[in-house]
Design a protein around this ligand. Structure first.
Ligand code: NAI
Ligand code: MG
Length: 482
């Protein structure tokens, strides 16, 4: 098909942002109150699309971390441990309801602070964040049914460190199960995207949780490290890079702290010749271009069966031409801003590496805003296992394409990677799906769909993608002991 026959010029449809209330400065949320940092330091969070400074947030030092952990410990002993499970559930339920009520504002702030398209923060991140709170609210008073003939007990204080790709959603994934199981929390959002977590602090205050049950502190890696190394923390939950995950695992070794790590990924998305090709192309696009490819489970390695490769690649190129890269607050935008300059530099360096490796590069012809951090959707065609762009996590809208002939070959190639978080399979045949799901070393395997999430289903990885599960009944386990 002639790509010129497409004319996808849409008039701008910007989401209003006047209802999004962002304060000039945010303090640390400790013991139920916003408190000035003992460090006396603040840093700016900016918008990766407009490059404007959105707010200043406090930089917690070791003393601030101590104060937060202390508040969480006191709250655990004094209130949370003593509260009936049913009452705990009510508080969590209340948080879920307020997130729903304030979803418009949260979506706008998420897109401003992190660069993701408003369509995604509005339809995916925020509703899902509410859903995880709803779901775990339900478990609070049913733990003995979740683990029959056992007596689940809470651990104490959970230190939780989250990344910038799904800021509010990751906060929900961490906080909801911790509270449902009777633990108290100190959470640190990523330095580039702290605003929705601070809004969540306001929500928690409004929901009238006992002071100190949830503490939200901001800062960089050093703040996270102080949380990890704190002696009075019982449990650490981390989502982020494999490099930092390894540092944390070393730091925790030999201590009594429970640990879950959700790290990088390099998922195989596998298309067989009997797959519904048009749906598969949609799934490929969703798998890698969703959220600018800032997704640990992104379908970043495409494997197409040789006899349909030409058709799939040509349809994929056509579909890419229709993708709109631009203002995250525009409702038509498909691909928003890359989260930070560092991340854009990293992606660009991989574009360079792929070219140096001799791969054919294809980018769509779309316009890209001159201001802000943006990257066109990109394919590397004719890739092979030894390419760095195939082996390493790029975390951007960049897809490598490899072909295969047999099932054995594709299983071998899909698994031959340090990561094991997720995978996708596209085929008409149920038996092939079952065959592959048992052989792919990945925590999640999607069949004839991609990037689908539900609070009831566990998520987590193998190998260098980490360990432990979040979501579902399994997601309660890291927060309890028997
Ligand atoms: P990062 O792992 O440095 O940051 C994640 C969180 O960990 C942030 O809150 C950060 O402040 C904190 N942190 C940093 N150093 C720490 C330390 N020593 N101890 C405790 N906490 C610490 O990730 P970064 O640098 O933002 O991104 C680098 C790469 O990591 C990305 O290009 C991507 O490949 C990968 N990544 C993977 C994510 C995932 O969901 N699996 C999420 C974010 C990044
Ligand atoms: Mg920001």
């Amino acid at each position: 098909m002639n790509t010129e026959s497409f004319n996808w010029e849409y008039a701008p449809a910007p989401e209003a942002k006047d209802h999004a209330k962002i304060k000039k400065q945010y303090d640390l949320f400790i013991n139920g109150k916003f408190t000035k940092p003992l460090s006396k330091k603040y840093f700016a969070t900016t918008s990766p699309s407009s490059l404007e400074k959105l707010a200043e947030v406090a930089e917690a030092n070791e003393n601030d971390v101590n104060a937060a952990v202390k508040a969480a410990r006191v709250a655990y002993e004094k209130y949370w441990k003593k509260l009936t499970a049913k009452e705990r559930g009510k508080y969590i339920f209340r948080i879920a309801r307020i997130i729903q009520e304030r979803s418009r504002e949260l979506a706008v702030i998420e897109s401003m602070d992190g660069g993701k398209p408003i369509r995604e923060s509005r339809d995916f991140d925020i509703p899902n964040a509410a859903n995880y709170f709803f779901y775990y609210a339900g478990w609070a008073d049913k733990l003995e049914y979740a683990f029959p003939n056992k007596t689940p007990k809470s651990l104490g204080v959970a230190a939780q460190i989250i990344p910038w790709n799904f800021p509010l959603l990751m906060a929900a994934w961490k906080i909801a199960p911790a509270l449902a199981t009777g633990n108290t929390v100190v959470l640190k959002p990523a330095e580039g995207t702290p605003l929705t977590a601070l809004k969540l602090a306001e929500i928690i205050q409004y929901a009238d949780l006992p002071p100190g049950v949830v503490n939200i502190i901001t800062g960089f890696g050093a703040t996270g490290a102080a949380m990890v190394n704190h002696k009075d923390v019982n449990k650490i939950a981390f989502t982020g890079s494999t490099d930092v995950g390894k540092i944390i695992q070393k730091a925790v070794a030999g201590s009594n702290k429970k640990l879950t790590l959700e790290l990088g990924g390099k998922a195989a998305n596998i298309v067989f010749d009997d797959a519904p090709i048009n749906q598969a192309v949609e799934g490929i696009v969703n798998g890698i271009f969703f959220n600018q490819g800032h997704v640990c489970c992104a379908g970043s390695r495409l494997f197409v069966q040789e006899n349909v490769a030409e058709e799939v690649i040509s349809k994929l190129k056509e579909r890419m031409e229709t993708l709109i890269v631009g203002d995250p607050l525009d409702k038509n935008t498909d691909i928003g801003a890359i989260n930070s300059k560092e991340q854009l530099d990293k992606i660009n360096s991989y574009l360079h590496i792929g070219k140096e490796e001799g791969l054919e590069i294809h980018q769509s012809n779309c316009n890209v805003p001159s201001k802000g951090y943006f990257c066109k959707p990109t394919l590397f065609i004719g890739a092979s296992q030894s390419n760095r762009v195939v082996q390493e996590e790029i975390f951007g809208p960049v897809l490598t394409i490899q072909t295969f002939r047999t099932i054995e070959e594709v299983i071998e190639k899909a698994n031959n990677i340090p990561y094991g978080l997720s995978a996708g399979v596209w085929t008409d045949k149920g038996s092939k799906i079952f065959n592959l799901t048992t052989k792919l070393r990945a925590g999640v395997v999607w069949a004839n769909t991609y990037n689908k999430f539900d609070p009831t289903s566990p998520f987590g990885g193998y190998k260098e993608s980490g360990f432990g599960r979040e979501g579902g009944l399994h997601g309660l386990l890291p927060y309890i002991t028997f």
